[in-house]
Design a protein around this ligand. Structure first.
Ligand SMILES: Nc1ncnc2c1ncn2[C@@H]1O[C@H](COP(=O)(O)OP(=O)(O)OP(=O)(O)O)[C@@H](O)[C@H]1O
Ligand SMILES: [Mg+2]
Length: 469
């Protein structure tokens, strides 16, 4: 339908609900999903997350008996995701709604489930109602199907593994009531040497954004006075609520949109008037919807196409095969991209934009739909790109991924830049944009962001406890 309100009303009208009831239901779901302000907006102009909310609203409004949800929060900011999953949990408890949820980001939903089923190669390999039993099974067979907090404790042979932050904090308190808190803990990331950072601070930025403003035709001001820099070898992430303007910033950088005021320099050169095709040779862009890219009949041709059309004409076949292999796509090379799962399509699209060896990589929510193994591969791949000097600017709601792999975080809210800094400062001081381990150790130790840091700290606490009489 054309507008948000009409879209939500559509199913209800077809089911013959009275106009008064339809109005009430729309009002209720719009409030829960924070859509009240855009009920009259055209659906085609919504941000990715807003679209996902509208679709969710249209099924929730109808109050079905059984709700099947396929990664319903993959594009939602952490606050919206928590709010929606809690509302669904409420409907489950109060109205007896049956919910079957397929999800990769376990930290968002694991603690809400009554029962967990693990699927592998088309079969169900584990079906548990007790999260404790499931955790023990997972530790032996499939650690990736545990949320980070459970994975942390499971690595230390606890008899009962906490699966939520609250339970985890309980365990910490019982372990270490006698210690002086807060423990100070170094905040430098292991493996991200200071030497490299020092070199980077002298380097000329490859992306310079100076006071840009932007508005869509007939829309309100979406970007307001945004400035930031990106250097070669830097891995920065744009975070912030749905509709904040993150995707709009990326599109301004790659020339699909042009700022109304302000300046953007790419590798020292003003991008004003430079055609998108020319910018694309230095600046690869992967949009929020991978299907935007995929139009050829096979995965191999997709990868070859961008290699061919983006200035790199040498050894197209050989390099394309390398890229396919690097992204784990060799097996799928002959298939039609439209027949792949959404995670696989995402990987094909990423492989296609990377085939041209860009100096700057812009990624809009690349981890959505990826399972933990492929996320890990993507993370390692991006860090490798970073080490080779590629500057990466990624938009993401995936706090756990950002915590593990990124370097810098830039917060955007309502079109303005709120704050930016190293992930250690940014993610450990936020309420919602914090990884699980950071929340777990809040008030106990500062600057804990990665799983590795948390493991070290827990080891230290256990060691100290063992020394106590
Ligand atoms: N073509 C358009 N015309 C008018 N308004 C638009 C258009 N595209 C986006 N907007 C609006 O601009 C704002 C910013 O959109 P943008 O897609 O940049 O958000 P975002 O931060 O990427 O959000 P999300 O996390 O949901 O993807 C939103 O309020 C959106 O509704
Ligand atoms: Mg977006």
């Amino acid at each position: 339908m054309n507008t948000v309100e009409a879209e939500i009303a559509f199913a209800l009208e077809n089911l013959g609900f009275s106009p008064a009831l339809i109005k009430r239901r729309i009002m209720e779901v719009a409030a829960v999903l924070d859509l009240s302000d855009c009920l009259q907006q055209a659906t085609s102009t919504l941000s990715g997350g807003q679209k996902q909310k509208v679709v969710l609203a249209s099924v929730l409004a109808w109050e079905p008996e059984i709700l099947l949800l396929d990664e319903p929060t993959s594009q939602l900011d952490p606050m919206a995701a928590e709010q929606i999953l809690n509302s669904i949990r409420r409907l489950n408890e109060d109205s007896g709604l049956t919910v079957i949820l397929a999800e990769q980001r376990l930290e968002r939903c694991f603690h809400l489930a009554d029962r967990v089923l693990v699927m592998k190669n088309g079969g169900i390999v584990c079906d548990e109602q007790s999260l404790d039993k499931l955790s023990h099974w997972a530790m032996k067979n499939e650690p990736s199907c545990l949320p980070p907090v459970a994975r942390l404790f499971a690595g230390f042979a606890f008899s009962k593994i906490p699966v939520s932050i609250k339970e985890g904090r309980g365990v910490l308190r019982s372990l270490a009531p006698q210690f002086d808190f807060p423990l100070s803990f170094p905040t430098a990331s292991p493996g991200c040497g200071n030497k490299l950072d020092a070199e980077k601070s002298f380097a000329q930025p490859v992306v310079e954004v100076e006071k840009i403003w932007f508005r869509y035709p007939e829309g309100k001001e979406v970007l307001k006075d945004i400035s930031f820099n990106l250097k070669a070898g830097e891995f920065a992430v744009l975070m912030g609520p749905n509709g904040a303007g993150k995707s709009t910033i990326l599109k301004n950088l790659n020339g699909l949109l042009r700022p109304g005021r302000g300046k953007i320099k790419i590798c020292g050169r003003d991008s004003k008037g430079v055609p998108v095709a020319e910018l694309a040779t230095t600046l690869a862009y992967l949009s929020q919807n991978p299907d935007d890219y995929l139009f050829l009949p096979s995965v191999r041709e997709e990868v070859k196409f961008s290699r061919q059309h983006l200035a790199v004409k040498d050894d197209i076949d050989g390099r394309s095969e390398q890229v396919l292999q690097r992204f784990g796509l060799s097996q799928l090379a002959k298939l039609n991209p439209r027949d792949l799962s959404s995670g696989e399509r995402q990987r094909v699209a990423l492989a296609a934009v990377m085939a041209a060896n860009p100096r700057i990589l812009l990624l809009d929510e690349p981890t959505r739909g990826l399972d933990s193994r492929h996320k890990e591969e993507l993370g390692r791949f991006l860090q490798q790109m970073q080490a080779e000097g590629v500057a990466i600017l990624m938009v993401s709601h995936d706090v756990e991924f950002v915590a593990e792999y990124a370097g810098k975080v830039i917060f955007i809210a309502d079109g303005s830049l709120l704050c930016s800094g190293s992930k250690y400062d940014m993610l450990s001081s936020s309420t919602f944009y914090s990884p699980q381990v950071s929340k777990l150790f809040r008030g106990i130790a500062q600057g804990i962001v990665t799983l590795k840091q948390a493991q070290k700290l827990l080891q230290r606490i256990l060691h100290q406890r063992a020394q106590q009489p």
